[in-house]
Write a protein that binds this ligand. Sequence first.
Ligand code: PLP
Length: 421
Amino acid sequence: EEAQALYAAAHPKSRAVHEAALGSLPGGNTRTGIFFDPFPIAWARGEGATLWDEDGHRVTDFLGEATAGIYGHSNPAIRAAVEAQLDRGWNFGGHTRMEGELAALLTARFPGLERVRLCNSGSEANTFAVQTARVVTGRPAVLGFAGCYHGGFLTFTAKENPLNVPFETVVAPYNNIEASRALIDQHAGRLACVIVEPMIGGGGCIPADPEFLAMLRERTTHHGIVLIFDEVMTSRLSPGGMQQKLGITPDLTSLGKYIGGGFTAGAFGGRADLMEGYDPRHAVPLQHSGTYNNNVFTLAAGITGLGQVYTPEAALALNARGDALRERLNARCRAAGVAMQVTGIGSMLSFHMVREPIRTPVQAAQGNPALRQLLCLDMLARGIYMMPKRAFMALSLPLSDADFDLLDSGLQDFIEARRSL
Ligand code: PLP
């Protein structure tokens, strides 16, 4: 409470922005995942790895737009591509050379992606991937894992089925091979697909065990069920995503976030035979229309981002830096003997106030959420922005070693100040 009061006192203009929006937006915001009490920060400007808020505070951005912001703010090459597109115009109501170019960059990179369709968000990508599986298999049900997030309308929580989805769902426990195998076998005749995050991202950076994913691959192949990897976040973790890193190829993949150069983006695709129904020359084509599926700013930014900035070499380097940072932060937690650890792979990291190794969302939930929020507020006061409440970080390319030092020393101070963790 004390930290919240300090936060509120330091951000009067953010409070005013929030209060002004309350009259038109429920809760004064339009993104549930990053809202926090008493009000969220209103950001005004970004450059490289730096953000400025409406109150004039300058912070280092470790949230990186929850993986979409991998290029940092105002990357010069992407900016130039978008400015060139501004000169050429937009809203053509038709096809351009660019959608094929972005699609080719994606299919060259992700082993499971023989054919791909572009859309506007990760949520859309998952919706279409699931729909593709249901149409192609002619089966109704979808198996997902408790704690996996697949977008605003397809999320599997521990106890409930997803809200509002117009199909039957089966919810299985993440990283539990025996129980998940049994559920797949039990429902096989009704299952169109199994959808999984190869590492739970926003839910706490919890990697799937390779044996767990291998089991999913084996059982789904056995039963003719479509295996969908939601790589909306994890596609950044190697040049070809987790599917390449682990050598396990799904039937369909959903993508989003950074693939549009930081602009609105999503994509879904996979085996050519599963995707062929989207060929409009097909006798009964699958419908996938969308005014902005090929919006030219996303295409220009995405082609430059993937082709020139987040190259395979850049992906390897950023993830190696992320692994080293995680190890450094964990060494500090271990040395202090506190109930705290950083999970994740490569450039995605998440703090948990838990001592035991974390393999499941249930274990992650055992941490103290108030303490984690305190960490976020404490870090913010030191000029470090991570995902409010969740202490989730997605590293961006412009973050420097000095920024990592700042995070590490901030953590040291936090631990010193709260020895009783
Ligand atoms: N899938 C995963 C794994 C995500 O992390 C997200 C967003 O955080 C989504 C899907 C939804 O993507 P979008 O926010 O672009 O709709």
